[in-house]
Ligand binder design. Structure first.
Ligand code: NAD
Ligand code: LMR
Length: 338
């Protein structure tokens, strides 16, 4: 009787939560990304506790989201070390969208001065209170904020490269959508690997490995440029009111869900993501985004990038050059950063 009164989704929710106990924390939860991201996480039956922290508005967003009738418990925290500590303790996943977004005319690197210290301080708190959590850095410039987070965790003696991720999922989401628009296909069937970093020319889509290796000439130039500069498209359209928030929330929740599924023992969970990587360490790129298989330990296997055609090799060379500079920027200033 009880069973038949439940929807399939609710039954799934009960059975998953019986297996897993997963606290997910969002730092910057009241922002443009933070709010829809928190809502999507509230809809995820694998999340059993959702902790929302922001320097302003955390408890309000939490009260609002807590009325959604899914099973997870939602808590909101005010600014300050006590709130931050409580939000982080026991977290399995910590997402960090806290930071300033771009305005038209700015590069992501222009956000470095403001966001580096925000991410540094939140990373310090995460290293103290959730040293074993998977840390998902969304705040830009990702190419630099991820290495900064690594430095902070190292300085606290708790760095585990398998648990630190720069969220580059939005590039993959865009690539899938844009190629489907070009080819008139269903984006659900379009998977495009995107490697490198998360800004401009460091974003390298591998169309030769997609369903459409035939795309060439001007059509390819236009598509690749749109994938590399998709963020600018949104910044321009928002006209001073920020950058991508809704598509980013979707991408962030997809990445968190992938980690939760992998933690629950699902095999073959693969997402491109920006991690400490041996692939181009010889080019001074100790962090690199490529297809990564996830497991209960976080990073399970970093896949090789596979065969590139000459066009893609031509994209990769400047990408590595820029990426190396972005990564070096994080460690060049250890005293002021740490
Ligand atoms: P936003 O200004 O709308 O929200 C940022 C939130 O962070 C605000 O609520 C603010 O109060 C909060 N915040 C600031 N300092 C904080 C601190 N020390 N502790 C806790 N919270 C703090 O900005 P947004 O549109 O949500 O973008 C956030 C960041 O995400 C930006 O840096 C943006 O460039 C980046 N972003 C990354 C991607 C990606 O693909 N990785 C995509 C889109 C945006
Ligand atoms: C994006 O790709 O949309 C984000 O990195 C935000 C931005 O500044 O473009």
């Amino acid at each position: 009787m009880f069973r038949s009164a439940l929807s399939t989704a609710q039954r799934r929710c009960f059975s998953i939560s019986a297996q897993q106990n997963s606290k997910v924390t969002v730092l910057g939860a009241a922002g443009g990304i933070g709010q829809p991201l928190s809502l999507l996480l509230k809809l995820n039956p694998r999340v059993t506790e959702l902790a929302l922290y922001d320097i302003r508005g955390g408890p309000g967003v939490a009260a609002d989201i807590s009325h959604v009738n899914t099973k997870s418990k939602v808590t909101g925290y005010n600014s300050g070390p006590e709130g931050l500590k409580a939000a982080l303790e026991g977290a399995e996943i910590v997402l960090i969208p806290a930071g300033v977004p771009r305005k038209p005319g700015m590069t992501r690197d222009d956000l470095f001065n403001t966001n580096a210290s925000i991410v540094r301080d939140l990373a310090k708190a995460a290293a103290d209170h959730a040293p074993n959590a998977n840390i998902l850095v969304i705040a830009n410039p990702v190419n630099s904020t991820v290495p900064i987070t690594a430095e902070v965790f190292k300085s606290k003696g708790v760095y585990n490269p398998k648990r630190l991720f720069g969220v580059t999922t939005l590039d993959v989401v865009r690539a899938s959508r844009f190629i489907s628009e070009l080819k008139g296909t269903n984006p659900a069937n379009e998977e495009v690997t995107v490697i490198g970093g998360h800004s401009g020319v460091t974003i390298v889509p591998l169309l030769s490995q997609s369903n459409h290796p035939d795309i060439s000439g001007e059509a390819r130039n236009i598509l690749v440029n749109r994938i590399q500069f998709g963020g600018d498209e949104v910044v321009k359209a928002k006209d001073g009111a920020g950058s991508a928030t809704l598509s980013m929330a979707y991408a962030g929740s997809r990445m968190a869900d992938a980690l939760l599924r992998a933690a629950a023992g699902e095999k073959g969970v693969i997402e491109p993501t920006f991690v400490q990587s041996p692939l181009y360490a010889d080019k001074k790129c100790d962090f690199f985004s490529s297809k990564v298989e996830l497991g209960p330990e976080g990073v399970k296997t970093i896949h090789p990038i596979g065969k590139l055609n000459d066009y893609e090799k031509g994209l990769l060379a400047p990408a590595l050059e820029d990426l190396a500079k972005n990564i070096a920027k994080a460690s060049l200033t250890p005293n002021s950063i740490l």
